[in-house]
Design a protein around this ligand. Sequence first.
Ligand code: HAM
Length: 482
Amino acid sequence: MKSEKDLDFKVILIGYCYFMILNYWTLYININIFLKGGCVNSSLNELESFLDANSMIKKIKGTNDIVENTYIWEWVEDKFKEVAKRFGFSEIRTPIFEATELFNRGVGKETDIVQKEMYTFEDKGGRSITLRPEGTAPVMRAFVEHSLASKGLPQKFFYLGPMFRYERPQAGRLRQFHQYGIELIGSSLPVADAYTILVAVEILKAVGLENFKLKINSTGCQKCRAGYKKALKEYYRPLLNNLCDDCKRRYDRNVLRLLDCKRDAEYAKSAPNILDYLCDDCKAHFNELKSLLDTLNIEYEVDPSIVRGLDYYTRTVFEIKYPSLGAQDAIIGGGRYDNLIEELGGAPTPSVGFAVGMERIMLALTSEGKLPSPRGVDLYVVTVGDEQRADALKISRELSKYMRVDIDLMGRKLKAQFSNASRENARYVLVIGEEEVKSGLYTLKRMSDRTQMKLSIDEVVMEIKGKRRLESFEQENTTFGS
Ligand code: HAM
């Protein structure tokens, strides 16, 4: 009986506490509104905006924060840059926003990108500005604007950065995404196409990816494409009523795009094949590309449905697919664009390039289990007492010239400093106590086997640097390799 009464009392007490908390909270909001010069009853809007002003602000739909995986991005970017440099490409950086006209003219007014996906706004000077949806048109704009052709051809650039497209977000499809791309400007030869595809394959291999499939096609030149478009229109005309709304719209504006529609893929299977319509020059170009890829032992499939969603392509187009990614399986897209520079006001300059989606690379690495492990600091400096903090700071400055160093900044006790060193995957811990400062000999602990040694600062550098060379080589082969 007594315990039942106790229980009732507890329930009443908890209820009362909740009631009081609720009251205090309401009072707190009211006081805040009064202090801001508002009136409680007449101003529900103010209450709303007060609550809004104090609620958490979240990232925009279709964007991502790269928080804990930054080291993976850095690792992939370094690998890609290294490959590009090995093949003689140098970096180019263009602005994130450009005149809207650049994409209207470059990417094409009738493309989905320009019609539906661009982030376009008017700036304070009344100019129409667009956040770049892709990197090729901006690089070509810079090429023309800086008269880079005068420095000799070919010119080879790579770039890396955010792009913006207002698409329906899903796995592997974002509104702000990141591309790494290369552009080889100035050569009309099939060897330039093969070279570009070779770099695309090499960057994937450099991060250890294997399960990808290269698909190539030729979209011909303006001359042979006209005949093909006519045949395509004839084929699709009787089917128009059955096509999806996008395809109906594309029929008049850009009939080639009907071929890569996912919803109407069945019809595309029996559509005329562009390869049957290529002129002799385009046919010879495509055949030579195929034989160069054969020489390089690069596996490919000829897929006439690859037409790409940007209008600037001529002749070679290609995609590298990663089938396990599902709907967004194209990790790389590229091709030849022989008329783009001329359309942007430059002299005719045939060119070829590709871009890879960084977010899709991350998904592919995850699905192949190829993500690298985070690399910890080389050395974590701990102090026995507060008195050694200044010495620890000085020693860290010295050692940071040779290695990655970290130090306790929270005034933790010795044991907690060691725990923190382990959390940061420190390879070594350097202990600084009164005796160490006096003698100039410090206790260095190797965390992998818990070995302790007494060393001078110079010897600490030798121990860590000497070993590091060997271990970083081993790490590259075991952690990052295949
Ligand atoms: P793209 O096919 O539009 O080509 O894009 C290239 C790659 O960027 C795609 O294969 C995909 O990995 C990634 N990507 C595209 N849109 C998104 C998105 N919304 N979210 C995540 N990733 C995406 C171009 O952009 C051409 N500029 C490529 C090029 C360079 N052609 C010649 N040179």
